[in-house]
Design a protein around this ligand. Structure first.
Ligand code: PLP
Length: 384
């Protein structure tokens, strides 16, 4: 019997991709200058120079047959070691090379960890708004995703709501800060309160509750805002990082997950994660790209360009009368829609009434789009 849940997921498509394709079709009809495509969260700025330095060095010094060989299933030991060293140096937690698994971005981490933590029938929980794939993973591998509301308009954690949403079958909490789709960075105070709540609930339920920290946007913050390193405040945290956004390499599919040595049931979870990675065939991330990415850990593309886009877009839209959540990080602006129907609909992020604008586009696209946003504001009579 084919799993009907998977069939439903496959048939549901990806609304963002569909709208992006529609934009491409329209560009052929009305001309590119008349299409303002803010749909996809794919970096628009070049990777940092270091990427190409390391790439050229590898290509000129390592024979092709070795450079393009299979990597070990969970990553080269030296790459895993460098990731562990970086985490220890940066965040003060003594990770070891055996605590790190090299993955195809955080997508692999999320899929694998959802399978590991939920296949006994548990549920995942996350905070709205959230990246829509969480729901698919939780429905495909467990008994679903609980959407916990956050504070209206600021999207910070609401601890009362969290306490209500937690149940004895909650096995994992997915936290994404800086957030896709809102750009919000979660504040330390709320996260520390959540950690206290989870310690209390673990004791009450008699089983661990794991935080999965989904952090592809960790290094994209614009005003010096602190991005709390969750393993340092809650020991049952599995940290997931990706090079897709920070150094603009989404197509190369490199990231990693790191298991705090103190994690409850460390060996079971770690071993099961390796098994799932093998069973799904998510093994042997590109030999060349994992070696390049690890040398660039901690670097970013020139994010002053995204900051410029953020400032222009946020400043102009709010001045026109639109209501937006101030985005401290990532490259998204979450805007209240003038009517309930939306463009990249907030409904698909668990938050109706909002639209996500991905501002990882050229400044020129934003400049061309602003008069259209103004016209729309006038039509909907929200203009000030
Ligand atoms: N998590 C969030 C919140 C994302 O926005 C994305 C990609 O857009 C991912 C995970 C997956 O990214 P990747 O697999 O490229 O690391």
């Amino acid at each position: 019997m084919i799993d009907q849940q998977l069939v439903k997921w496959g048939k549901s498509g990806n609304i963002i991709r569909e709208i992006a394709e529609y934009c491409d079709e329209q560009a052929k009809i009305v001309g590119e200058d008349h299409v303002y495509n803010f749909t996809i969260g794919s970096p628009s700025i070049d990777p940092p120079a270091r990427v190409f330095e390391v790439m050229n060095k590898l290509m000129s010094s390592v024979p092709p047959a070795r450079l393009h060989t299979y990597a070990p299933a969970i990553g080269f030991p030296e790459v895993r070691e460098k990731a562990a060293e970086y985490l220890e140096k940066t965040f003060g937690i003594p990770y070891r090379k055996q605590d790190v698994i090299i993955t195809c971005g955080t997508s692999t981490c999320l899929a694998a960890l959802t399978k590991v933590l939920l296949s006994g029938g548990g549920r995942a929980m996350t905070f709205t708004p959230y990246f829509m794939d969480y729901k698919y993973y939780a429905e495909a591998y467990g008994s679903g995703l609980t959407e916990c509301p956050t504070t209206p308009d600021t999207f910070q954690l609401d601890l009362e709501a969290a306490e209500k949403a937690l149940t004895s079958d909650t096995m994992m909490i997915i936290i994404n800060s800086p957030n896709n789709p809102s750009g919000v960075v979660l504040k330390r105070e709320g996260l520390e309160e959540l950690a206290r709540l989870l310690y209390k609930k673990q004791a009450e339920y008699g089983h661990p509750i794991y935080i999965v920290a989904d952090e592809p946007y960790r290094d994209l913050v614009y005003d010096g805002q602190e991005v709390v390193f969750l393993p340092s405040i809650y020991k049952n945290t599995i940290y997931c990082y990706s090079f897709s956004k920070s150094i603009s390499l989404p197509g190369e599919r490199v990231g990693f997950m790191a298991f705090t040595p103190e994690l409850d049931d460390y060996f079971d979870i770690y071993s099961a994660a390796i098994a799932v990675i093998r069973a799904f065939g998510y093994i042997c991330v590109s030999s060349m790209w994992q070696r390049i990415c690890i040398e660039c850990l901690g670097e970013t593309s020139d994010i002053s360009i995204y900051k410029g886009n953020r400032d222009l877009l946020y400043g102009s839209l709010t001045e026109m009368g639109y209501q937006c959540v101030y985005p401290d990080g990532a490259f998204y602006l979450f805007m209240k829609t003038p009517e309930p129907d939306a463009m990249v609909p907030g409904d698909s992020f668990g938050t109706p009434g909002y639209v996500r604008i991905a501002y990882c586009v050229s400044r020129e696209v934003i400049e061309r789009a602003l008069p259209v946003f103004r016209k729309l504001a006038e039509e909907y009579r929200i203009a000030r």
